[in-house]
Design a protein around this ligand. Structure first.
Ligand code: GCW
Length: 663
């Protein structure tokens, strides 16, 4: 299954050369600490994975096993003063034998330790010199599945849902174990299994039983299950007359529901809620606030779990800038949310665009637990068809200075570190899980960054590519830069210079800048581009919507001047004349054309680079990637040419000399 991509970054492809010799010399016996015969399932899973990984890394040399030269001891106990997820890998000696001991704050740490050690071994590092001491930067590292119970995945581009609700709880697909292994290997410790556009019946007893089977299967891997809860569930499935959060009967219903869930799943994580957003029910239907709604559910869970309340809200009949609505609704509620409520905020103020500024709520709600929501599935970045490695995008938001630290930098990563990160999953039933081989890298990168937001995109790309494709330095030297440039290429050919939401209606695939007749203004690309004969861009400065006023003053000051703002955000905040002089020496129009051209050209370079790498990759995956890149080459031109033709119809300008003419 390695060739078809099913093995993900856990392929443990056989080592070669000196790395193989070193591991063969070490060839460890794997020991688990038991307690009078009882072996904790997490320790057992850790030991299994180590055995599987090492045998696989040894390839043919595994036949001679076990030499028992070395020892790997999976201990993880007796260090209860530590963060329960922190693990340490240290060398030891025993009667002339070399050993590596994995210890940690709790059993769960050992699964991370095992995967951490296996990553080192997979990268070919010398077992004799491995020492690790790691703890996650954030407590909650979560995937949100937008999977519907009927198997359709909202914004899913990798087949059907991986969750087989039909056969659960009686049948547990092996994929559920491999999914847990993959998640544990990158530190994911929470999974919301169903779409935030939730069906209430998933709270019914038969679904609780199904969920309990998943929870049991994932528990050894340190994963807690969460459910997306439909706020109107008491009305929908129980016939209550209201779902008003301040109605005692409603609160009692949720309390009983929570008790029922905890009876089946003692470590149930909690509820994820999309309320009063895009037609979903919520407390505002009853004149109550987000805090009223969230706190009622939080009381039902008590200290057993968490309510994750999404801040992605915008309403149809509001004349204000859509980018401002979440801040307007939530910031006044700062300090009113119960302690077991987390408010989950998308990386940017609109909706997972190829580039957005960071969301102004980060740093603006010091008395609320804020969590970052990123989208691993590429709704607005060419689905699974286009190669775009997203670590640089997430690095950009995590490293952004919110300006709320006074004289010191206070990054988005610092704001969310006490809470966590959620990623909208890109998994599906496709053999390779994510629809394309390179989209596996985004799942991997999300987990790695949630574990440690200080990791560089370069390091993440390098370790992913080495584990997934080839450790050969030649391969990595070509493939890693290609990954690192890929997201900017998409920005260039779709929405350069701070443009956003220029995608075609509904599905969001392909260009649609000309669309201007949809019933809700903020669904129209023209609402975002504001392109007219004079210029282009959304004036969000004081002369316009003043969304800038939602940012800390230092940030707002830097961005309020079209001359000083980072050009990458220019048209997000400013309406700029087509002939505006850019710092590059080009006019805005020339600069736009330059970016569209650069994006298309970068994809050509990516395809060329990949075409030189066939000797490092199995035929099946090599061809799959090549064919996807050919699609992307064509569609980057489609994006560029359609966008430029439309802008020309608005501004009447011709293409600058030297621009590549449309095909
Ligand atoms: O990005 C938009 C998507 C919707 C999604 C919504 C959300 C789950 O187009 O499909 O619904 O955001 O985040 O709630």
């Amino acid at each position: 299954r390695a060739e078809d991509g099913y093995g993900l970054w856990l392929r443990y492809a056989p080592l070669e050369g000196e790395a193989l010799e070193r591991l063969a010399r070490f060839d460890p016996e794997i020991r688990i600490n038991d307690h009078a015969g009882y072996i904790d399932p997490t320790l057992a899973a850790a030991a299994d994975e180590l055995a599987r990984g090492i045998v696989s890394l040894l390839g043919d040399r595994a036949k001679a096993r076990p030499s028992g030269n070395g020892i790997i001891e999976v201990a993880c106990e007796g260090m209860m003063d530590m963060n329960p997820e922190r693990f340490i890998v240290t060398p030891f000696r025993e009667a002339g034998r070399r050993g590596l001991r994995i210890t940690g704050g709790d059993y769960g740490a050992c699964i991370y330790g095992a995967f951490g050690l296996l990553r080192e071994l997979s990268l070919g590092h010398d077992p004799a010199s491995i020492t690790l001491d790691e703890a996650p930067a954030m407590p909650l590292r979560m995937l949100n599945h937008w999977d519907n119970p009927d198997g359709h995945v909202e914004r899913g581009y990798a087949g059907r849902s991986i969750f087989d609700w039909w056969h659960l709880p009686d049948r547990l697909d092996q994929r559920m174990i491999d999914y847990a292994r993959a998640n544990a290997s990158i530190g994911i410790n929470g999974v919301a299994v169903n779409n935030v556009n939730a069906r209430a019946f998933m709270l019914e007893p038969d679904y609780i039983a199904k969920l309990a089977r998943l929870a049991d299967a994932w528990r050894p891997y340190g994963i807690r299950v969460f459910l997306s809860a439909r706020f109107s569930a008491p009305v929908d499935i129980c016939g209550l007359a209201t779902a008003d959060p301040l109605d005692p009967a409603v609160a009692a219903w949720w309390q009983a529901k929570a008790d029922e869930i905890y009876a089946a799943i003692p470590d149930f994580g909690g509820f994820l809620v999309k309320a009063n957003s895009e037609g979903q029910p919520g407390p505002q239907d009853y004149g109550r606030s987000h805090a009223d709604g969230a706190n009622m559910l939080a009381a039902a869970l008590g200290d057993r779990g968490t309510v994750i309340w999404r801040a992605f809200v915008y309403s149809a009949d509001d004349e204000t800038d859509r980018a401002m609505q979440a801040y307007n609704e939530f910031v006044p509620l700062d300090g009113q949310f119960a302690d077991n409520v987390i408010v989950q905020v998308k990386n940017g103020p609109v909706d997972f665009q190829p580039r957005e500024p960071f969301h102004p709520m980060f740093g603006a709600m010091p008395n609320t637990h804020l969590m970052l929501e990123a989208q691993v599935t590429k709704e607005y970045l060419g689905f699974a068809s286009h190669l775009a490695f997203l670590a640089p995008m997430w690095e950009e938001v995590l490293d952004a200075d919110t300006g709320h630290g006074g004289t010191v930098v206070r990054t988005v990563a610092q704001v969310v570190a006490p809470v966590g990160m959620a990623g909208v999953a890109n998994t599906g039933s496709d053999r390779n899980w994510t629809g394309s081989d390179f989209d596996q890298a985004n799942w991997y990168a999300f987990g790695r960054l949630a574990w440690n937001p200080q990791l560089s995109s370069d390091q993440i790309a390098r370790e992913w590519a080495a584990q997934t494709f080839s450790r050969d330095p030649q391969f990595l030297g070509a493939a890693v830069p290609m990954m690192l440039e890929s997201r900017e290429a998409v920005v260039d050919y779709m929405t350069p210079l701070g443009l956003a939401h220029q995608m075609a209606t509904g599905h969001h695939y392909g260009p649609g800048p000309w669309v201007c007749d949809l019933p809700r203004p903020e669904w129209n690309p023209c609402y975002y581009s504001r392109a007219d004969a004079e210029g282009i861009g959304f004036d969000r400065s004081a002369t316009g919507s003043n969304a800038l006023g939602q940012y800390a003053s230092a940030i707002a000051a830097r961005w309020s001047d079209p001359e000083t703002i980072d050009p990458a955000l220019l048209l997000w905040f400013h309406h700029v004349g087509w002939n505006h002089q850019m710092r590059s020496g080009r006019t805005l129009w020339e600069e736009l054309v330059w970016h569209y051209d650069r994006g298309a050209a970068k994809v050509d370079t990516m395809a060329e680079t990949w075409s030189t790498l066939s000797e490092y990759v199995d035929e099946e995956r090599f061809r799959a990637v090549s064919e996807m890149l050919a699609i992307q080459q064509r569609e980057a031109r489609w994006w560029r040419d359609a966008s430029l033709a439309y802008w020309q119809s608005v501004n009447g300008l011709s293409l600058p000399a030297g621009a590549e003419p449309p095909a």
